[in-house]
Design a binder for this molecule. Sequence first.
Ligand SMILES: *[C@@H]1O[C@H](CO)[C@@H](O)[C@H](O)[C@H]1NC(C)=O
Ligand SMILES: *[C@@H]1O[C@H](CO)[C@@H](O)[C@H](O)[C@H]1NC(C)=O
Ligand SMILES: *[C@@H]1O[C@H](CO)[C@@H](O)[C@H](O)[C@H]1NC(C)=O
Ligand SMILES: *[C@@H]1O[C@H](CO)[C@@H](O)[C@H](O)[C@H]1NC(C)=O
Length: 349
Amino acid sequence: MLSQLTLFALAGSAHAALRFGCSTITVQRLDPVVEPGKIPSAHVHQIVGGNAFNATMEGDIGEKGTCTTCAYTEDFSNYWTAVMYFRHENGSYKRVPQYPNAQLGTEGKDAPDIKAGMTIYYSQKDLNSNGNQFIRAFPPGFRMTVGSPSASTASYGQSHPGLRYTCLQTILTRGGETADFPTKPCPAGIMAIHHFPACWDGKNLDSPNHQDHMYATTKGGFQEAAPCPASHPVRVAQVAYETMWNTTVFKDMWPKNSNKQPFVWSFEGNGYGTHADYLFGWKGDSLQRAMNSTCMFHKCGSPGVQGILKTQTVAEMNNCAVKKMVDEDVDGWLDRLPGQDVMPMRFRD
Ligand SMILES: *[C@@H]1O[C@H](CO)[C@@H](O)[C@H](O)[C@H]1NC(C)=O
Ligand SMILES: *[C@@H]1O[C@H](CO)[C@@H](O)[C@H](O)[C@H]1NC(C)=O
Ligand SMILES: *[C@@H]1O[C@H](CO)[C@@H](O)[C@H](O)[C@H]1NC(C)=O
Ligand SMILES: *[C@@H]1O[C@H](CO)[C@@H](O)[C@H](O)[C@H]1NC(C)=O
């Protein structure tokens, strides 16, 4: 870990790489990218970012938000994934709690922690230096998804190296990625990792499947991606999410007479169905300004550190909220996953 941190500091640079924490803004069944206008949407999501988040989101989101749960106050984007649930052998489900990245939001020992949420990256090369290709910021209205809730096979996992899990031995474990959920209890929980494609067709803000306007040359594991193809020539930032799921709460409840691991995504899916959504909402030219700079991570600004980007305190991040638009319990012990009208698993196998 230490040698890696030293490399970050010494890195030569041409374009910035951002890495910052965002606390949870809401957990509910809404999906303005895949199911705009639908209240509720098909499955539960955990969402971070700006408070313009809503069932429908059009236009320049950077001009609509008034607060954000992200460290950077000009970032009103929304970032979300499905929610991980524990499936008890008695057939009931319980939402797995999230915890923040221990390396972010460190303002001092009396300061509050980031509330759950995710770590967000905008990078280009790898974690040692930020690369020298021009990184174009996304235009207002831009959105995309990565992964698919209908995926369920190892071959899908193989062809999507950016979608991975790490079985956390400690809260700082990195590497040792798997394409499906870890099959044994993990001492510090499970980190879910989503790398989006970073090559854009340069024209479309979206596409019917929310993916065709983008092209992935991602190799996974924060390695430098291959060059963009002629069909998708514009290099944009490599957006990535890391979500820490605190599965330790359930370590004594693993099924005794089965070698099946007990976690499912909120659409009743296995690990290969992992997916994530991105809706761009940086204000004005703030993301381009950051990408044009040469800062890496913490030096671009973070709570308590001044940089090219304006920051806020963790208390301010945690204070930003949106109201609950779907009135249902997503947190208690549940008979079935919210929105999943299928027969509960215990009657099926
Ligand atoms: C969400 O959208 C509805 C319907 O368009 C609107 O009435 C409401 O004010 C919006 N909420 C927020 C937080 O923007
Ligand atoms: C399953 O076990 C959990 C944890 O003990 C309990 O809260 C829940 O009510 C149980 N569900 C059923 C259907 O028995
Ligand atoms: C995970 O949950 C357990 C049990 O509630 C708690 O003791 C522990 O502090 C949590 N871990 C983190 C990193 O928040
Ligand atoms: C970023 O750099 C490009 C290329 O040098 C330049 O055209 C653009 O004006 C810069 N944008 C900002 C916001 O600094």
